[in-house]
Design a protein around this ligand. Structure first.
Ligand code: CP
Ligand code: NVA
Length: 312
């Protein structure tokens, strides 16, 4: 069956079927090969992208802005300090105005409801560039990176160690469940995934023939892992929780001892930015198992693929 994503938004990976994710990954690999071969195209010529930011960003902003701009499009960066949103104007009205002027909208901020409202009211494709709940474009890059380094996806075993309730844990569970990777969330009881989402993701995993496991024990999670993934212990907007998180999450730091326990040629992954010395040691993130820079680069190729697939 031909895959057609034209006009589609990406608010969470739950929106996409495994076949659609597969298609986006194939387009991403092709676009990366094109870029590496210095082939230049102008696919977004005459198009405009609104880039709304309530939170900071390095990778995601640069990925969207350069991917859209180098293909001839005009990305417009709009931080919440610059526009009327949330001060003088509602999200619904902002969405309707932006929808009249732009071909697509990306949003990075706090609530998932905001990105949903943009989608409901703008009439153009909307991309979730991170909310408190999900970070779907990051996981597209993660899947691409895993595939580049291992040549496969289904049947691999990914362990996410850290805050099991944050946007990365949620989106990794979904991405793994869709693409047939076993996923273990290794986190203390206080920070394990929320029950409703877990139930839904386990339903997706059952269809793909893989498992989603939750544990607070390293010895249950780590042996046999192909990928160990972590993220910051306090996400953007949770800075006041940093102290209590250090207490809860120190036993789950990714260090050489944890990699050795995997007993495999394990990949180390992190969405970045990282706090070296907290969730991961300097030696591991800078060491031979780490693929974090490929992961960062692949943000651009996967985000370009998403826009090519949904805008052309
Ligand atoms: N991984 C990621 O989303 O990075 P930024 O916060 O720098 O965009
Ligand atoms: N969980 C992190 C991800 C950053 C890309 C945060 O939300 O800050």
């Amino acid at each position: 069956m031909a895959i057609n994503l034209r006009g589609k938004s990406l608010l969470t990976l739950l929106d996409l079927s495994p076949e659609q994710i597969r298609y986006l990954l194939d387009v991403s690999h092709n676009l990366k090969a094109e870029r590496t071969g210095f082939q230049v195209y102008q696919r977004f010529q005459g198009k405009t992208l609104a880039m709304l930011f309530e939170k900071r960003s390095t990778r995601t902003r640069c990925a969207f802005e350069t991917a859209f701009g180098e293909e001839g499009g005009h990305p417009v960066f709009l931080s919440s300090a610059d526009i009327q949103l949330g001060v003088k104007e509602s999200i619904e009205d902002t969405a309707r105005v932006l929808g009249r002027m732009f071909d697509a909208i990306m949003f990075r901020g706090f609530s998932q409801e905001m990105v949903e409202a943009l989608d409901d009211y703008s009439g153009v494709p909307v991309y979730n560039a991170l909310t408190d709940l999900y970070h779907p474009t990051q996981v597209l890059a993660d899947l691409m990176t895993i595939e580049e380094h291992t040549g496969e996806l289904p049947g691999l075993s990914l362990v996410y160690a850290g805050d099991g309730r944050n946007n990365m844990a949620n989106s990794l569970m979904i991405g793994c469940a869709k693409m047939g990777l076993d996923c273990t969330i290794l986190a203390p009881k206080e920070l394990q995934p929320e029950g409703g989402l877990l139930e839904r993701v386990r339903g997706v995993a059952a269809d793909s023939g893989c498992e989603i496991r939750i544990t607070d024990k390293l010895t249950e999670a780590i042996p046999g892992a192909d990928i160990i993934y972590t993220d910051v212990w306090a996400s953007m907007g949770e800075e006041d929780k940093a102290k209590e998180r250090i207490k809860l999450l120190t036993p789950y730091q990714v260090n050489q001892e944890m990699l050795d326990m995997a007993g495999n040629d394990v990949l180390f992954m992190h969405c970045l930015p990282a706090v070296k010395g907290q969730e991961v040691t300097y030696d591991v993130i800078e060491g031979p198992n780490s693929v974090v820079w490929d992961e960062a680069e692949n943000r651009k190729h996967t985000i370009k693929a998403l826009m090519v697939a949904t805008l052309l």
